[in-house]
Design a protein around this ligand. Sequence first.
Ligand code: AMP
Length: 394
Amino acid sequence: MLILVINSGSSSIKYQLFDILNGKDKSENKASKEDRKLLCKGLVERIGSEKSSLSHQKEGAEKIKKIVSVANHKEGIKVILDVIASLDNGVIKNISEIAAIGHRVVHGGEEFKSSTPITAEVLKYIEKYCELAPLHNPPALLGIKACKAVMPETPQVAVFDTAFHATMPAHAYLYGLPYQQYKTYKIRRYGFHGTSHKYVAIKAANILDKPIEKLKLITCHLGNGCSITAVENGKSVDTSMGFTPLEGLVMGTRTGDMDPAIVFYLMKKENLDVDQISELLNKKSGLLGLSGVSNDVRDILREMEAGNERAKVAFEVFFYRIKKYIGAYIAAMNGVDAIILTAGIGENNAWIKERICKEMSSLIKGCSAKVLVVPTNEELMIAVDTFEIVKDLK
Ligand code: AMP
């Protein structure tokens, strides 16, 4: 069954086309490459500008890039469908061969505890949660509406970043605010990167050759955004990101945890309005703000080697926060079987694993825990979830 996965940003659309023969019915370690085949992937960028372009790569072939005119998301989807079904670079004959479309949607609030077919009502909720994910939900809506306009008969599925964390107990998701603030505004921990945490947790259980229902796992998604999740018996029981993706670890440009009183203090001292303080905390802080060098760990490491003290301290702050969360989640679950590192930073920096093993050796030995690097694949997880839902619709 051909599943198109769409990840819409404000001025870009990423896509991957999979052929899925078997979903969750077949356990991960038995699902072969033939069961879940990537056919092609690509990206439409700079939508709405004069420099909009398409990058497209057929599996096993060279990547192609061309300038295309793309005024909006609907045109972007048309460009993608055209190339997928084109004679020279395409992988299918006709777009009617695509059985379903799976969309990455960041925020599903409290309503969505799993992936769901997109109906008019579901669209209303995604719209409602634009307020909580202003950078992410609006472009997802654009992508969904564009697909609906171009392929009105094709089923569409929303796969939420928040859904995997819907299993968190109240003691993990409630803040110490008056309860009324939760009841009125739904202010609580939601958590993000759920699709990635779920994918690597399933993979780790397969590597360990144990049922996920019997494991305590700590999954560390360390990429541009960073979050850590405690996964007990296959369910998220706590996660470091909160009401928004600003909480938790120190990230490329985000502060992560800090005393909320700093917000009012800084607003007063520097006469900042709400948008300005939000920009400071979300875009100018973290590794970038601390180091003054870059938000990219590769640049920070280069500067560290050259003796840049601020780069060194920035990295130590970043690493120390990771260590503290791992320790906290070992306490929360009263043990751990494996700590899993994933995403750009987690997958490419062997010494993060080495430092965790060395600096947390007594905790790790005490639990007989393993530290694993497991590459994430959110798109494949979205395709498998979509397959499972659409298979049942038919
Ligand atoms: P992601 O959001 O998963 O794409 O991760 C992006 C981040 O991964 C970048 O900002 C880099 O800091 C980091 N990264 C990617 N590749 C490497 C690498 N080879 N070595 C160190 N860090 C890397």
